[in-house]
Ligand binder design. Structure first.
Ligand code: 13P
Length: 251
């Protein structure tokens, strides 16, 4: 059985004080981690506050990005080694905003996945097509290609433990959610891709999230789909009440 994983991705929002206040507001109402894993991915500048406030609670922590080298002359980058030393659990990599605005390539994302594992953390690897690609009928092959490139040279055990987030770009921040059937269709393609690259055991274990205008009103329906194991949530993760409704969707 795959444990559901609901992760808030705050993007470039909130300061350390906001972070502390948010965690204080949610930390005693989170589900048991064996039932639903609740995660917040916060900006690098907020991570010390996130870790301090989340300590001893059921809240798991994520960075929104990292570099693929541990140290050196890489001005402005975040070290995966230091994230790991701080106690961060997950790192989101390959978000479409990073691919589009910061020109991250499939090769960069694969190197980051290796670096995250080398530092005993778990990657949440994002993929997803643009509206143009979807309308051209190429969403499936686009996502297959992104997933194949991101997983290059990872072991079956590594892939079984990681998280893949399917985030159609046309549904991010637009209020336009993919229908649960559209989301399920591509999440199934992702699981089949993992199966063809590895084996059935690995594809049964890998957790796949849907992201793109997930909110309390649609989370249950999305989570009812067989290949959707979680959500990666932007806007609706910024308010404690809304985040709590998302992670407690089973209640
Ligand atoms: P929204 O939930 O705001 O559409 O953002 C989705 C997303 O990009 C999460 O990573």
């Amino acid at each position: 059985m795959r444990t559901p994983i609901i992760a808030g991705n705050w993007k470039m929002n909130n300061n350390p004080e906001d972070t502390t206040n948010f965690v204080e507001a949610v930390k005693n109402q989170l589900p048991d981690s064996s039932k639903v894993e609740a995660v917040i991915a916060a900006p690098a500048v907020d991570l010390p506050a996130l870790l301090a406030a989340a300590k001893g609670s059921n809240l798991h922590t994520a960075a929104e990005n990292c570099y693929f080298e541990n140290a050196g002359a890489f001005t402005g980058e975040t070290s995966p080694l230091v994230l790991s030393q701080m106690g961060i659990n997950y790192v989101v990599i390959g978000h479409s905003e990073r691919r589009d605005y910061f020109h991250e390539t499939d090769e960069d994302i694969n190197k980051k996945a290796h670096a995250v594992f080398a530092n005993q953390m778990t990657p949440i690897i994002c993929c997803g097509e643009s509206l143009e690609t979807r309308e051209a009928g190429q969403a499936e092959e686009w996502v297959q290609r992104q997933v194949t490139a991101a997983l290059k040279d990872l072991s079956a055990a590594q892939v079984a433990s990681l998280v893949i987030a399917y985030e159609p770009i046309w549904a991010i921040g637009t209020g336009k959610t993919a229908t649960s059937d559209q989301a399920q269709e591509i999440c199934h393609v992702i699981r089949e891709t993992v199966k063809s690259l590895y084996d059935e055991e690995t594809s049964d274990k890998v957790r796949i999230q849907y992201g793109g205008s997930v909110k309390p009103a649609n989370v249950k329906e999305l989570m009812s789909k067989p290949d959707i194991d979680g959500g990666l949530v932007g806007g609706a993760s910024l308010q404690p009440d809304s985040f709590l409704q998302l992670v407690n969707y089973q209640d």
